[in-house]
Design a protein around this ligand. Structure first.
Ligand SMILES: Cc1cc2nc3c(=O)[nH]c(=O)nc-3n(C[C@H](O)[C@H](O)[C@H](O)COP(=O)(O)OP(=O)(O)OC[C@H]3O[C@@H](n4cnc5c(N)ncnc54)[C@H](O)[C@@H]3O)c2cc1C
Length: 423
């Protein structure tokens, strides 16, 4: 247990930092950063590994005033460094705006999510960091730096998925769209034979598509279709979808759990921010008794990768709560797991039993090896630093960027030393 007695959301990781600062003003924040030798910004603590930890001091912006500035001419919003998606989305929806996509739950901070390349689903949707158009950060010397897609396109592409390595992000500017309505339809039991024959069509059948499976049968238990509604009248949901049957009630991704924590399904129309996440803001989706892992592979290898995991079903079964398959559109952010690659992501929600999970991850990683898997930066994996680094052609440029902004390695932590700097 770290001396600050602070754990991550899942409770599987205890931060090792010696202290945590809660600055209340920009000046205080700058002074803390200037005086620190090792420091790391902490978001809402939803990562499952030590990406947000450090050896000396953590810094949380939770007590700083959070700007929320709408620019209706540019269709952008500028927010503070600890704003959560939940609050932001409510504000945007009321103002008539939307973000292109969201993760499975709205409780995470925008800065923390973008720093690890967090994503939702949809063949046309990039990860959440692709909505960032500018960022303001306090760098190692305490100076305030602004980077934007427009003015510093190269550095910006390296800085958005930063793993907290560049400095403390005090504000982010995000591109917006006009608000839109959606509906969720869930279909039960999609036969693998249909998935094999129609993988691309199925994953592209709606604005955002998720498959939920525990790998135990020859069918995917649930297909969640998040459809964007146009102004034209809503079509009645078809009763079957590639051999799967329209669900007769709201579902939780883990069938045995109550759907009361989930966003409305059954085709009920609602605003984008109450349909894109799987879980509702007003509920904590679970008590954190879980671990998560996720691997990204090229989208065209999607079903082959699915088939490569399937033979592990018996070993996964006792330790797995559920798997989710999603798609992410390619982007140009250097450390994004979808960097220049339309991707399919295979996610695993595990029972909180690291002793067993750590034995299973190498099996999955080996099964996915032909597809050059990229692990989610904020989840659990056992790939070697060399295997991770081999997937990122811009890694040398990212190292240089970190060294330029943080020559003494103030924001470097054991995680960055291991996965970014080990050669
Ligand atoms: C229940 C659950 C569901 C999840 N669902 C999804 C999902 O649908 N899709 C997905 O891709 N991932 C998902 N995740 C993973 C999660 O989105 C990532 O781990 C994300 O990084 C967590 O954000 P956070 O605010 O908790 O950041 P933290 O875990 O606190 O920090 C993550 C990184 O961000 C940096 N950081 C945070 N704030 C700042 C700042 N102000 N300035 C600089 N750096 C900062 C930290 O230093 C660290 O490097 C889920 C996690 C949980 C627990």
């Amino acid at each position: 247990m770290g001396s600050i007695h602070l754990q991550n959301w899942a409770g599987n990781y205890s931060y090792q930092a010696e202290s945590i600062h809660y600055p209340e003003s920009l000046a205080q924040l700058q002074q803390i950063v200037r005086q620190a030798t090792k420091i790391k910004a902490l978001g809402t603590r939803h990562s499952f590994n030590d990406v947000a930890d450090t050896t000396e001091a953590l810094i949380s912006l939770a007590k700083m005033e959070q700007p929320l500035l709408l620019d209706e001419e540019k269709n952008q919003v500028t927010i503070g460094g600890s704003m959560r998606y939940g609050e932001l989305c409510r504000f945007l929806a009321e103002a008539g705006y939307a973000l292109p996509n969201l993760a499975s739950l709205p409780h995470i901070s925008v800065a923390g999510a973008c720093a690890t390349g967090t994503h939702g689903s949809g063949i046309g949707n990039g990860n959440l960091a692709t909505a960032v158009s500018a960022m303001q950060l306090i760098t190692a010397n305490g100076h305030q730096v602004i980077l934007s897609r427009e003015n510093q396109p190269q550095q910006f592409a390296g800085a958005v998925v930063s793993l907290g390595g560049l400095g403390v992000i005090t504000s982010l500017t995000l591109d917006l769209r006009p608000t839109f309505e959606m509906r969720q339809l869930v279909y039960d039991n999609l036969p693998h034979s249909e998935l094999a024959a129609n993988f691309a069509d199925i994953m592209g059948a709606a604005y955002s598509v998720s498959l939920f499976t525990n790998w135990q049968t020859d069918a995917v238990e649930q297909v969640w279709l998040k459809e964007k509604l146009a102004d034209s009248p809503v079509e009645t949901a078809v009763p079957t979808f590639y051999g799967a049957t329209l669900a007769d009630a709201d579902r939780h991704p883990i069938l045995a759990q109550s759907a009361e924590y989930c966003t409305r399904q059954m085709g009920v129309a609602g605003p984008w921010h109450e349909r894109l996440p799987h879980f509702r803001l007003e509920f904590t989706p679970s008590n954190g008794e879980e671990l998560q892992s996720e691997y990204f592979v090229p989208r065209e290898a999607g079903f082959a990768a699915f088939q490569a995991i399937k033979p592990l079903a018996e070993q996964l079964g006792p330790h797995l709560l559920i798997s989710e398959v999603r798609t992410i559109a390619a982007d140009d952010l250097w450390l994004s797991p979808a960097y220049q690659q339309d991707s399919v992501a295979f996610h695993f929600t595990w029972k909180r039993d690291w002793a067993n999970v750590q034995k299973l991850l190498p099996l999955i990683e080996e099964a996915l090896r032909p597809f050059a898997p990229r692990p989610h930066w904020g989840k659990l994996f056992t790939l070697t630093p060399a295997a991770v680094q081999a997937q990122y052609e811009k890694l040398p440029a990212f190292r240089e960027l970190l060294q330029q902004y943080d020559p003494s390695g103030k924001f470097r932590n054991p995680y960055l030393d291991k996965y970014i700097f080990t050669k």
